[in-house]
Design a binder for this molecule. Sequence first.
Ligand code: TRP
Ligand code: SF4
Length: 405
Amino acid sequence: MSTAATANNRVVSGMRPTGRLHLGHYHGVLKNWVKLQESYECFFFVADWHALTTHYEEPQVMAENVWDMVIDWLAAGVSPGAARLFIQSRVPEHAELFTLLGMITPLGWLERVPTYKDQQEKLRERDLATYGFLGYPLLQSADILIYRAGLVPVGEDQVAHVELTREVARRFNHLYGREPGFEEKAEAAITKMGKKNAKLYRDLRRRYQEQGDAQALEVARAMLESQQNISLGDRERLFGYLEGSGKIILPEPQALLTEAAKMPGLDGQKMSKSYGNTISLREEPEEVEKKLRTMPTDPARVRRTDPGDPEKCPVWQFHLVYSDEKTREWVQEGCRSAGIGCIECKQPIIEAVQAELRQIRERAREYEEDPSAVRSIINEGCERAREIARETMEEVREAMGLEYK
Ligand code: TRP
Ligand code: SF4
């Protein structure tokens, strides 16, 4: 299978502002963002339009949550110096690309995305038989393609959306990447890279086309990424010429599957607002202590002298997230022999969670006290995002016959 993804190391991900963030978001998503921002050019945004597809009857939800969510990101260590943080609706180019992609996306592709039916089933109290909700994954495709991102960190449930994005990009390139005189233009572009690089490109292209050498393809793409002296159009041609087809205007991204969140809720189910089993990132210490002290344990341990089984206890799952090997052994042994009590067993967890949240809470407080700093981080992020989005849209408009001169 040929992929048109470039060796692009740009990362895009969004989060809907539908409520306070909790430890599940921290361990499942934010820690991963913090790691990615060190090695990639990251674009993280507030997906407020996506939130409206399900919460259109409660627009206040967005206003209430947008800034708090950004503060939670910052408090968790997402850095405005390393990543671009912005709000989707402040980069209206996303909507323009969404509209244009809508022209070429078969209805069946959207109707077949599993989340479409699943979410309608799950959120029965909302009327999701809307055009906007059907378009949800296509809007997401626009979010990704507008930055020509190579990687999209998502959870399992979102992989189908990235897959749709790839199909839409492929269709777009197929429809609009064909131009008269493509081969001649590509050949001319090769020579513009200078003798040495031109030879390298030709060698790599031959190795890929004649022997299917996928590594040669990788290397060629990486080399094109680093070329300073060719135009965007030529770069698209050269990416496309590697595989023979035509220009690659919108590269296909890859999903970067975030490990299933190991973070359990207080009751052992997945931590989620709708289960009421969360600890929020800015929860007060007294409340944290209370929630952990009263969380359920193995029901077999009615009395202190009854032995238990950590496998049947949500506290054990917390130990898997927070404790070292030695502590875990102490739990296993002490629980099964009734050597320790449950409150004793919870103590290291309480300390670990408090320490983690203390740091987050302190950083959050700085931003709470300085809302204008948060506003300017977002303004700057929006500006930088728009620069790239504008460039892509120029290419897209031209490809779709909308550049009237
Ligand atoms: N749909 C994603 C979610 O619910 C949020 C999102 C919107 C997103 N646009 C995106 C994620 C683009 C990754 C890339 O989690
Ligand atoms: Fe759970 Fe620990 Fe009590 Fe065992 S001792 S039941 S693992 S809280």
